[in-house]
Design a protein around this ligand. Structure first.
Ligand code: GTP
Length: 213
């Protein structure tokens, strides 16, 4: 069954007891706060750029099939000066959404450094999703979709392109993370999923919007 965010209450839906800590990371200005606001409130406030200071979270339930998954989504500050604060939150994260801006080459180039940092501070079985945001700005695009896909494949992480402005793929991104978290909780404990060095033999399944390893 396709995952979907939210959804009406039904007696068939099983509430998960675990809350999955999910963290938004990436350079300043890539759209982390906007993505979370779009997911949480279904709206986009244009031109409202005020850099996040420190860290804060929003609780959100996502329905996947007949399970309701509890996500505690943390919005971090992308600015370098807050980096030591956000590192402390990586360790008990179950999922990380790593964003770049498709109109900013530097935000994409910095993804490798973010992944190295994640490898250093996060658990090895953390679910990682790479998101190329701001797809509504097609004329300003400087990062090709294929380059995002290629990088994600190299590191064995899920990939999707989103727009926090139009909402395209925003619910789907969180629903996909929730689905992956459910899948992984039934896997062997501590089985490493994220490969930073071993980039070979990535098993992939492509769909219209995204792929899984
Ligand atoms: P930090 O808090 O500094 O880490 O930044 P951030 O990653 O949270 O970025 P934020 O959500 O504040 O967005 C930065 C700017 O980009 C704002 O002016 C947003 O309105 C704009 N923006 C974010 N997402 C999108 C998008 O998908 N499309 C467009 N067109 N603009 C976006």
């Amino acid at each position: 069954m396709e995952p979907h965010a939210g959804g009406s209450r039904s007696s068939a839906v099983q509430d998960e007891t675990v809350t999955h800590k999910t963290i938004l990371v990436g350079d300043s200005g890539v759209g982390k706060t906007s993505l979370l606001v779009q997911f949480d409130q279904g709206k986009f406030i244009p031109g409202s750029f005020s850099a996040t200071v420190g860290i804060g979270f929003t609780n959100k339930d996502v329905t996947v099939g007949d399970a309701r998954v509890k996500l505690q989504i943390w919005d971090t500050a992308g600015q370098e000066r807050f980096r030591s604060v956000t590192h402390a939150y990586y360790r008990d994260a179950h999922a990380l959404l790593l964003l770049y801006d498709i109109t900013s080459k530097s935000s994409f180039d910095n993804i490798r450094a973010w992944l190295t940092e994640i490898h250093e501070y996060a658990q090895s079985d953390v679910v990682i999703m790479l998101l190329g945001n701001k797809t509504d700005m097609a004329s300003g695009r400087v990062v090709k979709r294929e380059d995002g896909e290629k990088l994600a494949r190299e590191y064995g992480v899920i990939f999707m392109e989103t727009s926090a402005k139009t909402g395209i793929n925003v619910d789907l991104a969180f629903a996909t993370v929730a689905k992956e978290l459910i899948g992984r909780s039934s896997d062997l404990p501590h089985e490493p999923k994220f490969r930073i060095r071993d980039t070979a033999e990535v098993k992939k399944r492509e769909t219209e919007c995204c792929f899984f390893t």
